[in-house]
Design a protein around this ligand. Sequence first.
Ligand SMILES: Nc1ncnc2c1ncn2[C@@H]1O[C@H](C[S@+](CC[C@H]([NH3+])C(=O)[O-])CC(=O)[O-])[C@@H](O)[C@H]1O
Ligand SMILES: O=C(O)C(=O)Cc1ccccc1
Length: 243
Amino acid sequence: MSDQQDNIYATAHQQVARFSFDETVVRVFPDMIRRSVPGYPSIIDMIGVLAARYAQPDTCLYDLGCSLGAATTAMAALTAEQGNPVVAVDNSPAMIHQAETLLAHAGLSERVRLLEGDVAEMDFEPCSMAVLNFTLQFIAPERRDAFIERLAAATVPGGILVLSEKIRFEDEAENALQTELHHAFKRNNGYSDLEISQKRTALENVLIPETLAAHEARLRKAGYQHIHVWFRCFNFMSLLAVR
Ligand SMILES: Nc1ncnc2c1ncn2[C@@H]1O[C@H](C[S@+](CC[C@H]([NH3+])C(=O)[O-])CC(=O)[O-])[C@@H](O)[C@H]1O
Ligand SMILES: O=C(O)C(=O)Cc1ccccc1
């Protein structure tokens, strides 16, 4: 029930509604994210590699804004021997419902604790890894500082945050070029100009990108000691922040 092709914006909508992670999106989500986010399959694979490198005993691993549990599954697979608890959280009931089915099929129901809730409001246990794979961009900007500070405080020394985000560039010309290249990527993956344009409208004031400098400043202020850009393609980026 989540393996269909994304054609949500293929026909003209009279009025394009705000984007939301509802049942319609859940049905097409794996196809949508793979065709919309450059490098998404590699990012998921590397989150597994990072889990194997950074998971510490007696700590949990968080997948915050887990959607259907792609990063959760990669983290669990590459830490099978250590067996750290993986805690996967999302505030979309439709996502959680489908993630539950998929994790059960993968035999991960014991290993993974799946929670429905707002990641910016939850309490954290000591963790050695937290993943925000394209989640922070959907949280209201004024809530981001306090949330990252609380997450950093729960991260043990040497633990990490993997922060993947769509980013904005200060320079207008740079921003326009990187956005155009992202749209070329989507077109190459079979999306029409109408689909690209209607999805863009739906995401306005829902997905709010910040600059790389703003992300780095927030992470440093929260107490992360080392910040590395480990992936970048057009206006998509992933940071590795070490506590
Ligand atoms: N405040 C919030 N609290 C909890 N969840 C939230 C919140 N805001 C948004 N979400 C959830 O964050 C997810 C963002 S998608 C993540 C992909 C996944 N990480 C992946 O690696 O496949 C990214 C994208 O679609 O571009 C959705 O499932 C939202 O319901
Ligand atoms: O499609 C886009 O333009 C994006 O920025 C990525 C995306 C992927 C999946 C849901 C929402 C946004």
